[in-house]
Design a protein around this ligand. Sequence first.
Ligand code: GRG
Length: 298
Amino acid sequence: MNDFTFDDYKTMIEDHIMDFMPDVDLKSITLYEAMKYSISAGGKQIRPVLLLAACDFCGGKAAEALPYACAVEYIHTYSLIHDDLPCMDDDDLRRGIPTNHKVFGEAVATLAGDGLQSVAYEVMQKDMLLYFDDPDALKRKIKAALEIVKGAGVKGIVAGQIADIEAENKSVSKELLDYIHLTKTAALIVAAVRAGARLGGCSEHDLENLTVYAENLGLAFQVCDDILDVEGNAEIMGKQTGMDAEKMKATYPALYGIEESRKKLKQLTDNAINALSEYYDNAELFVKLAGELATRAS
Ligand code: GRG
C-alpha cells in the first residue's frame, strides 16, 4: 500500500466530487442547486476514502476508482437528504448547515436525493463502458458496482431505514438493534470497502478480512453516533443532538446504557483492528481510522 493518508484521499474526492455531476440544464437548475448544496456541504467523506484506500490496499490505482468513490458519496448524501425529511427523521441541521428541505422545500429535496442516486448509477455505468476491450477490468468494475448497488438497496440502507422507522417507540431486541445498524449504517461502509477491494483485484482472503473490518467499523460508527447524540455535542455532530431519545429511537445507549455502549464501541473497534492484524503497517490508514472513531465518543 502507498503512504496516502486519510486527508490525501479526502482531498482527491473533494477535488473530483463535482466532475461526475451532469452539466447544468437551465430548465432544472433548482434541482442541480439542491444536489450541489448537500454534496458540497463538507461531509467527512469516510465512505469514498475507504473505497479508494481499499482499492490501493489490494493493488489497484485509486485514481481509477474515483467514479465509484464519488458514486458512494452521492448515494450517502441522497440517503441523508431523505433521512432528514419531515416524513422520516425531520431534522433541521445537517453537516453544520440547514437541511436540504429547509432551504429548498420538501419536494425539491426529495428530487435532489433521487437525482443524486441516479447520478451515482450513471457514473459507474459510464465508467464500465470504457472497459469493453479489457474484460478483467470490466469484471472488477461490474463486481464493485454490484457491491455498491446492494449496499444502497433493499437489503442495505433501505432495509435499515424501514426497520429503524418501524422500531420507533417500541422496545427492540438486541438482535433487531444489530440488524438495524448493520443495514442502516454499516451496509454502505461495507459496500465501499468491498467495492474498493474488488476494484483493486483483491484475493478472497483479503476481501473476507476487509469485510470483517468494515462490518465492525460500521457498527462502531453507529454506536459512536448514538453516544454523541446522547452527550449532545452538536458541533462535533453537525446536526441537532438529543433527537434519538426524543423520537424514542432504537439505539445502543437506550438498550445498553452509556457505559455498556462505550464498552461495545471498544469491542467493535478492537474487532475491526484485529481483522487486519496480519497486514501490520500496511493497514495503517484503516487501523488509525477505527481508533480515531472510538476516541470521538470516549
Ligand atoms: C433514506 C434510504 C435511506 C436511508 C437512510 C444514512 C441513513 C439511512 C440514515 C441517516 C441517519 C443516521 C444518523 C445514521 C447513522 C449513520 C451516520 C452517522 C450517518 C452520517 O454519516 P457521516 O457521519 O456523515 O459520515 P457526513 O455528513 O460526514 O457524510
